[in-house]
Design a protein around this ligand. Structure first.
Ligand SMILES: C[S@@+](CC[C@H](N)C(=O)[O-])C[C@H]1O[C@@H](n2cnc3c(N)ncnc32)[C@H](O)[C@@H]1O
Length: 222
């Protein structure tokens, strides 16, 4: 049962406890993480998005505003209390109709329809089986869709981050960009096409360089 998993994982220290999240999810965070700025170019009106490890919705709420009333955001978290926080914030902003709340499970589809954009912000190091979640994210993304993976620099070494990106490329993603995000390590990934190339039709040279850099990194490099 997800509720049992929540308790067990929090006690083992695998997930950020709900009472800690206020230390970084507060109005001061906007000074260095401005969601609309970080996500512009990755999210369009009408998009369907997945915010995995959404916490209490620091990114879910702005994403819901960005996608407009034709789009949607599926907010996934392993802790019911986090989803309750998203629900409260969404109701205050009048955005509940665009947000689907989903308690994380270990199997099954992550969203009800193919998504255009996946966000995993400061949560990836808490995932016990990254390869399994990567395969589920790949299945959730529509061709050409993007996955922004962001990890806290203080908590996750360059080597550990490169190993996560290598795991992603091993299951079928390609790294196309490394956006500069304060206090973070970040990469944009897209689905590789079955023929081996990316499904992104016009990759600029800088994207190809990112893909080359990460293609030589081993998933077991941690
Ligand atoms: C440090 S918080 C970050 C929250 C949010 N992304 C943000 O940037 O404010 C990490 C969140 O990921 C969630 N989480 C950890 N492992 C998860 C998993 N396997 N599936 C879904 N959520 C998970 C935790 O419950 C927690 O809410």
């Amino acid at each position: 049962m997800p509720q049992q998993r929540e308790g067990a994982d929090v006690r083992r220290g695998h997930v950020c406890p709900w009472w800690v999240i206020r230390t970084f999810d507060n109005p001061l965070r906007r000074l260095f993480h401005r969601p609309e700025h970080l996500l512009s170019g990755l999210v369009q009106p009408g998009d369907h998005c997945l915010d995995v490890g959404c916490g209490i919705g620091y990114f879910t709420i702005p994403l819901a505003a960005m996608v407009g009333d034709r789009g949607s955001v599926t907010a996934v978290d392993v802790q019911p209390r986090m989803l309750e926080g998203v629900a409260r914030r969404a109701a205050k902003r009048g955005l509940s109709a665009r947000i689907r709340l989903r308690l994380a499970t270990d199997v099954g589809p992550l969203a009800d329809q193919p998504v255009d954009f996946v966000l995993a912000f400061w949560m990836w190091h808490e995932v016990p089986d990254q390869a399994s979640l990567l395969r589920r994210l790949l299945a959730a993304l529509r061709p050409g869709g993007r996955f922004l993976l962001v990890e806290p620099r203080l908590h996750v070494s360059g080597k550990a981050f490169a190993a996560s990106v290598a795991r992603a490329t091993a299951v079928g993603f390609e790294a196309i960009a490394e956006p500069a995000i304060a206090l973070s390590r970040a990469v944009v990934l897209i689905r590789k096409s079955p023929g081996g190339g990316s499904e992104e039709p016009h990759l600029p040279a800088s994207h190809a360089e990112t893909a080359r850099r990460y293609s030589g990194t081993s998933a077991s490099a941690v």
